[in-house]
Design a protein around this ligand. Structure first.
Ligand code: TMP
Length: 232
């Protein structure tokens, strides 16, 4: 699946709030290290200085502060910075890159969740990324209510003194919004079955990691062959 011009592999983790993406990203990084593979962890929105500035505009404040198209544009502006300044250079150096969220989140949150036209998101994706896409995407699937509780607890733990700086803007978007997300990610996975693998996110951290690792093992043969060559 990987492009012969790029040495590393690009893995993304996707899913609703609090499904355990960050934990699994770390688990995967550690497991790859044991196999002698260097992988860098990063996240969206954010991942480099300029994109982190945009992140603050997106994850704090009133839920209705942006019109859906403006919001998608901000996500793609951050993604452009992150992809060109951080992800592609790391891949070219031969590192694997594990990214907590990428374009599938824009499709799920802004497209299905905030009802932005899916075709407009595809147009932005083409403009910003061309044919560049993850080699493999894990969609962590779990009940929205449990995920939201976990995400809230995490936010309370890291709560910033200034209320306006809490990174909980999306968490406050309501139960219906979050329930739609789960089925949206499932639809996205079904539309790209080669790239996207749905992972049952329930059970222990170790169980979920094993589910992910099975796919990495299967894919590694494909990665080393550099089959598709669709990256730029
Ligand atoms: P995080 O909590 O996983 O760090 O992500 C911050 C929030 O940003 C999360 O609630 C999902 C949201 N988001 C979008 O709405 N669209 C996107 O394209 C991305 C990458 C994230």
């Amino acid at each position: 699946m990987s492009n012969k011009n790029i040495a590393g592999n690009f893995i993304t983790l996707e899913g609703g709030e609090g499904v355990g993406k960050s934990t699994q990203a770390k688990q995967l990084q550690q497991r790859l290290a044991k196999e002698g593979i260097h992988a860098i962890l990063t996240r969206e929105p954010g991942g480099c200085d300029s994109a982190e500035i945009i992140r603050q505009l997106l994850v704090t404040g009133a839920t209705d502060k942006w019109l859906p198209l403006s919001e998608a544009l901000l996500h793609f502006a951050a993604r452009h910075e992150h992809t060109e300044r951080f992800i592609k250079p790391a891949l070219h150096k031969g590192s694997w890159v594990i990214c907590d969220r990428y374009t599938d989140s824009t499709m799920a949150y802004q497209g299905y969740g905030q009802h932005l036209d899916l075709g407009q998101i595809e147009t932005l994706q083409k403009l910003v990324l061309g044919d560049f896409q993850p080699d493999l995407t894990f969609i962590l699937d779990g009940p929205a209510t449990i995920g939201l509780e976990r995400a809230k607890a995490r936010n309370d733990e890291h709560s910033r003194a200034e209320a306006g700086l809490r990174e909980d803007r999306y968490e406050r978007m309501g139960k219906d919004f979050h329930e739609t997300l789960r089925s949206s990610f499932q639809k996205i996975a079904m539309s790209c079955p080669k790239r996207c693998k749905i992972i049952d996110a329930t059970g222990s951290i170790k169980d979920v990691h094993q589910r992910i690792w099975q796919h990495i093992k299967l894919a590694r043969a494909g990665f080393s062959e550099g089959a598709d060559g669709n990256r730029t």
